[in-house]
Design a protein around this ligand. Structure first.
Ligand code: GUN
Ligand code: ZN
Length: 403
């Protein structure tokens, strides 16, 4: 398959007119100028970019986006646990997975790291229902306390995954509030080479206080995970809004990834993420929608929110705050998140890279403001084609009536 258009290879450089040959699930050729054959998709008025990658979201929360809550802990209790409890029904869980994948596709998110519900059958539902086949690191949410009984099922660490490599298991202890020491120790024993760990850390002040009370012998919140050996290079730590200096130092030393979730932090009034601290400590950074605390599934909107959070800090509490450029933010939702999720072949336009691609046709000319305009005015209908694992996938606009 030949795709033609302006190739958005580096977000801080103008896109170059060119073409791409796709064979199986890979980019097989990249050329500049006019294609040697009639393209199957695209044309000179199209942009080609890598599909977006979301480094943190909750699949079972797909239908409660926008259900407001006063703060994290009350919102979990009133909105999220009841929503996740519905996954007890196998068929319901499968339908929700299909719905979530279609909405992600609609938004141009072709890869993600995320959570299923805590039900033992959730991973099987994903394997059965994951269509379109988005690239994913996923695991059952693990909890053994502090949630309704129906959500405290034993963890499955070993579910079968399809041979095509699109789905990888991760181990997802929800957060220290809902995981006892014995569960965290079990998680540690289950971690195998190459397996990612996903959890939440220091999202909201009340959560941090609760953890301090639950684990009084630990120096701090990050220390709870570290005592169990869970801060690794393959650990994704969502939020990290309320970290102390020793915690930043520890996370930097362990080379764990901090997943900034700006839309969620605003939605739940959790706080303003300190991007300067992350940069100062050289901490690895990724960006997540955190659906459904984040009401936006579209990663360009999340990227915009990262810039806006930094601007708000600069206008209020930190006049010298670093404000990311639109190109920085765009890079993070493509190449940056791919690297954080251990996909060196993802989020980029080059020979050998995964053919998870978007063809865009935004309603403005290609000029010096291209990336800024894409981010600040983003609409999913800028996307005219979605290529998943080398195949164009139709995306019907109305998709919520799955039987
Ligand atoms: N902390 C523990 N669980 C969750 C969740 O589902 N969403 C968010 N935003 N934070 C959490
Ligand atoms: Zn989350």
């Amino acid at each position: 398959m030949i795709l033609a258009g302006r190739l958005l290879i580096e977000p801080d450089q103008p896109p170059r007119l060119g073409w791409m040959g796709v064979a199986e699930d890979r980019i097989a050729e990249v050329g500049f100028g006019k294609p040697f054959a009639t393209p199957d998709l695209g044309g000179e008025d199209h942009l080609i970019c890598p599909g977006f990658i979301d480094a943190h979201l909750h699949i079972p929360q797909i239908e409660v986006a926008g259900c407001d809550g006063p703060d994290l802990l009350h919102w979990l209790e009133r909105v999220i646990y009841p929503a996740e409890a519905q996954w007890k029904n196998h068929a319901f869980a499968c339908r929700q997975i299909r719905l979530a994948h279609r909405r992600l596709l609609q938004a141009g998110t072709l890869g993600y790291a995320g959570y299923l519900s805590s039900h033992e059958h959730a991973p099987e539902c994903l394997i059965k229902a994951a269509s379109p086949p988005l690239r994913a690191r996923v695991g059952q949410t693990l909890m053994d306390r502090g949630a309704p009984d129906g959500l405290l099922e034993p963890g499955r660490f070993d579910f079968d995954i399809p041979a095509d490599g699109r789905i990888a298991r991760s181990i997802n202890p929800r957060f220290a509030v809902s995981c006892s020491d014995s569960l965290l120790a079990e998680v540690r024993r289950a971690v195998r080479d190459g397996v990612f760990i996903q959890t939440h850390l220091a999202e909201a002040p009340d959560e941090c206080e609760l953890v301090a009370g639950l684990f009084p012998d630990d120096e701090h919140y990050a220390g709870v995970y570290d005592r169990h050996g869970l801060l690794t290079e393959r650990t994704l730590l969502a939020h990290c809004v309320h970290l102390t200096e020793p915690q930043w130092l520890l996370i930097a030393r362990r080379r764990s990834v901090v997943v900034h979730c700006p839309t969620a932090n605003t939605f739940l009034s959790s706080g303003l993420f300190d991007l300067d601290a992350a940069r100062r400590h050289g901490v690895r950074l990724a960006l997540g929608s955190d659906l459904a605390a984040g009401p936006d599934l579209s990663m360009p909107r999340v990227a915009r929110a990262m810039i806006e959070t930094a601007k708000v800090r600069a206008m209020t509490i930190a006049p010298d705050a670093y404000v990311p450029t639109p190109a920085d933010a765009w890079r993070l939702i493509t190449t940056g998140n791919a690297e954080a999720l251990g996909w060196p072949d993802g989020g980029r336009l080059e020979v050998g890279a995964a053919a998870d691609l978007l063809l865009l046709r935004p309603p403005f000319p290609v000029d010096d403001h291209l990336i800024a305009r894409l981010l600040y005015t983003w609409r999913d209908d800028y996307i005219v084609n979605r290529i998943v694992a080398g195949h164009p996938i139709d995306c019907p606009p109305s998709e919520d009536t799955d039987p």
